[in-house]
Design a protein around this ligand. Structure first.
Ligand SMILES: Cc1ncc(COP(=O)(O)O)c(C=O)c1O
Length: 364
């Protein structure tokens, strides 16, 4: 290496923590990233293999707009029971992460603010900082509901975005429709509702996009559809925003295999129904059994939040890791403290391993 000065990186980058995904260790049971324990629908695999073999899906050419159109049609059918939306309301991205990245780059300029109720998904604050914005935080109340009045009072003319994860990661609770309406109606900021886990909840807030110009809903194929490895998500956005979105998003950021897979996944609603049913049933099993040892919060997602106090989350995490089970130590979530772990709902067999490990390892 020649002896030369390194080019200094942007100052704001020094403050950004690297995103730490759930660990993956060969042979261990990974319940740290809220993936689907059943995997995707077998019809998705068949469809991808068939379309590659028959030459319809060509890996050597860029993703075809026609397939993207077809996916947006399918998404529309899936999300819009009221039939009030248009295809123009649907945009795609490389996961919710990709959609959020584009939205943040549309709205946040140097010094703009974004409001984030914590604890929540940590990518929101990183994306805001990367765009030279300033994240502001409001602490969720006991039980993790959002202090709506405090949130509204914390906004000013610089507040461009509000991030609401519902169901929220890592707490598992949802915001009520009444509360989100108050937030949207009281503010001139764009309200981003992250419904990555909505399939496991009782209802969606997606219809608000047809009522308000400052509401956006983002969703994913990574969770209920079991396609996390393909990186595909979508946004349901007001029509006026679509042309801006297309200008800012990276061309071809969603690959052609992911597009095909997502279409096939949406067409197998029976498989989706089975997955959601299993997760709900197993969520109840996990909650009921872990509750015998620790406090478990009610969840509308495919994970449960567990308060392991008086133990520390790092101790319980390490103890479970010794037994080959990887959960999420939530101490890395801003505002979460040091006594929470998050456990992804698995199959009955997997959940029994967690329950056995917890019941035999921790007696308080
Ligand atoms: C609240 C929330 N939003 C978004 C994501 C990322 O989703 P995707 O895989 O679609 O990028 C996650 C992943 O864990 C999440 O918890």
């Amino acid at each position: 290496m020649k002896d030369k000065m390194r080019v200094p990186v942007r100052s704001s980058i020094q403050e950004i923590d690297e995103y730490k995904p759930g660990k993956l260790i060969e042979g261990a049971l990974k319940l740290s990233s809220n993936e689907n324990p059943l995997g995707p629908s077998p019809k998705v695999i068949t469809e991808i293999v068939k379309s590659i073999e028959e030459g319809e899906l060509k890996l050597s050419v860029y993703p075809w707009e026609k397939n993207e159109e077809e996916l947006r049609d399918e998404i529309l059918r899936y999300v819009d029971a009221s039939a009030r939306m248009k295809k123009e309301n649907i945009v795609l991205g490389a996961g919710v992460d990709g959609v959020l990245d584009t939205l943040v780059r549309i709205f946040i300029a140097n010094g703009d603010e974004a409001l984030i109720p914590v604890p929540t998904f940590s990518l929101y604050e990183s994306l805001v900082k990367i765009a030279w914005g300033v994240p502001k935080y409001v602490k969720r109340k006991r039980g993790f509901s959002i202090p709506v009045e405090e949130l509204i009072l914390s906004c000013n003319e610089k507040t461009k975005l509000i991030f609401i994860s519902s169901p929220n990661n890592p707490t598992g609770n949802c915001i009520s429709e009444d509360e989100i309406r108050v937030i949207i109606e009281s503010l001139d900021s764009m309200v981003i509702i992250d419904e990555a886990y909505v399939e496991f909840a009782d209802s969606s807030l997606v219809n608000l996009v047809t009522e308000y110009e400052n509401a956006v809903v983002v969703r994913t194929f990574s969770k209920a559809f079991g396609l996390a490895g393909l990186r595909i998500g979508y946004g349901i956005i007001p029509e006026w925003l679509t042309s801006q979105y297309k200008k800012i998003s990276i061309p071809f950021s969603v690959n052609s295999v992911a597009i095909k897979a997502a279409i096939a996944a949406l067409r197998d609603q029976e498989y989706l129904r089975k997955t959601v049913e299993l997760v709900k049933q197993e969520r109840a099993f996990l909650t009921e059994n872990l509750q015998r040892v620790f406090k478990v919060y009610p969840s509308k997602a495919n994970f449960v939040l567990v308060d392991v106090s008086p133990a520390k989350s790092s101790e319980v995490y390490a103890e479970l890791m010794k037994r080959g089970i990887i959960v999420r130590d939530c101490s890395s979530f801003r505002g979460a403290g040091d006594s929470f772990i998050r456990v992804t709902v698995g199959t009955r067999e997997q959940n029994e391993l967690v329950v056995d490990a917890v019941q035999s390892g921790f007696e308080f």
